[in-house]
Design a protein. Sequence first.
Lengths: 186, 202
Amino acid sequence: MILSWQKGGLLLGLVFLAAVLLVKPIGVSTQFVILDGIAWDAIDSQVVVESPDAKSGYASPNAYLNKSGGKYAKSVANPINYGFVFVLALMAGAAVSALLRGGVPREYRAMPAIWRSNFGDSPWKRYLAAFISGFIVLYGARLAGGCTSGHMMSGMMQTAISGYLFTAGAFLAGVPVAILLFRKEG
Amino acid sequence: MTTIVLAILIGAAFGFALDRVGATNPDYIIGMLRLSRLHLMKTIMLAIGVSSTLMFLGLVGGVIDPGHLSVKATYVGVLIGGILLGVGFAVAGYCPGTGLAGAATGRKDGWFFVLGGLIGAAAYMGSYAWVKSTGILDNLVGGKTTLGLISGTKYTALVGGIPGEWIGVAVGLIFVAAAFLLPDSIGRQSRTHEAAGKETSP
C-alpha cells in the first residue's frame, strides 16, 4: 500500500535526517557517472590511473572524472564506496518494498496509466520516450551538480541557495510540460 | 567498513521509502507535475520540513556534526540543469533516484530511463570541458551559500544577523505548514487517483 502523505513524508524525512546525522546528505545522480566510468575504465584502463600528485590519489585524462582532485576517478577505481553501494542498496530496498506489496501489476510494467490514456498502448513508444528523458534528466542533473535527491531534497533541507534555484528550474519546466503533454487523466 | 554498512542501511531505507510514498510510480510524479494529484508534493514538502527542522535543531543541540553537511555551489548551470531535468521528469515521470528504484520494482520503462541516463551522464562527461569554458559553471552569490550562517561550516550566508540554524528551523516549519495547506489537487479532480489507487491496492 502507498502511505498517506503524512506517514510517507515523515518516513522520507527521517531517512534524510538519518543520512545527514550518520554520514552525509543523500544524493544519487553522481553514481550514473561512476558506473559510466567503471564501464569505460574496463574497456580502456588508461581512463583512471593512480596519481600520487592528485588530492584523491587518482587522476583521469577526462576533465570531469579528474575534477576536484580526482574524486570521481577515485570512486571509479574503488566501486565499493559509500555513494555507489548506497545506490545499489536503494534499488534493493525498492525491490523488497515492491515485492512485499505484491509487485507492480503486469499492465503497468511497461507504462503508467496516464501514458496509456494519452499515447496509446505501444510499449516501444514509451520506452523511447523514457530513454530520451533519461538522457535529458541525467545531462541536466550533472550540469546542475545534483538531482531531485541532492539538490531539491537535501539542498532545501540545508537551506542551500542552489537547492531553491534548482527546484525553481525543475518545476518551471516540469509543470507546463506535464500539463501540455498529458491532456487526459490516467 | 562501517561506512559500507551505513550505505546499505540508509540506501535500502531510502529505496523502500521511495516505493512506499508512491515515488516509483510515474503516475504519481506526472500527476504532481500537472497539479492534478499533489499527494507526492505534500509528501516531499513534509519530508523536507521534517528533516530540515530536526537537522537544524540537531545542529543547535550538538547532536549533528556540521561537518556532515554538504551544500552545493550555486551557478547558472544549476538553473539550466534544473530546467532540463524538469522536462525529462515530466515526460518520463522519473528522476534519477526514482528511475533506478522504479526499474528495480519491475518497471521496464524505468530500465530504459536508466539506460538513457547513463548515456546522458556520459555525454556530460564528454562535454564538461566545453560547458566549463562557457562560464555557466562559475559561482554566483558566493558559490556554496545557505540562507543564514551555519556555525562549524565555511558556507557563505545570504542573510546576516540571525543564526542560520534558526532560519533553518523556521524554514523547515514553513515547509511542514505548506504541506498541510497545499490542496490534494489544483483545478481538476483526477481519475489518475483511481487508476493509481487500483494499481496499489492488493
